[in-house]
Design a protein around this ligand. Sequence first.
Ligand SMILES: Cc1ncc(COP(=O)(O)O)c(C=O)c1O
Length: 356
Amino acid sequence: MTGLELPTGPVATVDLRAYRRNIDRIRTRVAPANLMAVVKADAYGHGLLPIAQTAVSAGVGWIGALDLATALELRAEGIHADVAIFAWLLGPDDDFAPPIEAGIDLGVSTIEQLEAIAASGASGIARVHLKIDTGLHRNGADPADWPALVSRALELADRVDLVGVWTHISEASDAEDTVAIERFHEAIAVAQRLGAGFGVRHLAASAASFARADARFDVVRVGAFGYGISPGGGITPESLRLEPVLTLTASVYAVQDGVARVAIGFGDGILGSAAGLMEVAINGTRHPIVDVEIDTLRVAIGTTTVSPGDTAVLFGSGSLGEPTLQEWGDRLGTIGEEIVTRLSPRIPRRHIHPGE
Ligand SMILES: Cc1ncc(COP(=O)(O)O)c(C=O)c1O
């Protein structure tokens, strides 16, 4: 190679048309419940802003941001107050004034958080969703602490608007989810007896929102399925009538002795365990990955004609002969979410917009 023939690096092509179709299908499936599009972790590696904007232009009225910084970024980038932005990962040192003034919905689990919100000095009333732990133990008030939390929120009515009640469930087994749904109903009943009314109740993420009408309540918080990421273990996106959204490609930059070198590696977030287990498609034919280096995949091509500049497709919809994200997850013993969220921010995301 001369200095002018630098390898063309990886590109993640994000088909916002496919995301939009998934969103439309999910909304149909969960109606009359509303959809909250979850965009944590840079929209599962798909690019925060284009994904959130696509959801909003599809008519989605709720965005699940995870943390306050992400929620504020979305507001600053033009997601206006007619769209609710929900943030639930609250730190002890968070300054609540900016999110309250930006009309961010806050997921609150403890009295300490309520007090910090009430003492923030923000102009305006905080929009709060109280979280009950229904068994997952990933924050949320313990049922024993729940009445005190609800009562304190009611006492702080001049600072706190009780918009919602929520929980998160494992979605690992129907039996566990049934217990969690019962506990959620009980917590709502306890709160009602204390005088609290909640306009918005939410519990389900992707799997339960599809599987169970009794899990949907008023809003479902869906991340993975929007991106066409299925739970794996034989459940494909197609079987859910969803489409993969992200296609990962990189260029072949050298070919020698039956091995093609492809310009992507573990430094870009590709799992080293892909060596010996995964394949890439080059010109419609799959070839095995034999080694994952920091910036290179070595791919065995045998006697097939492959040339520098050819595109290797690591995963996508499958239409170019490539494996799907589902296959990567299943074969590497992980989930699609892990593979896409590990992709380095250095990989350019090329978004295909509706209408293109
Ligand atoms: C609280 C909460 N709700 C919903 C989701 C969305 O989950 P999924 O990607 O399975 O739809 C997440 C994501 O981890 C979450 O943390």
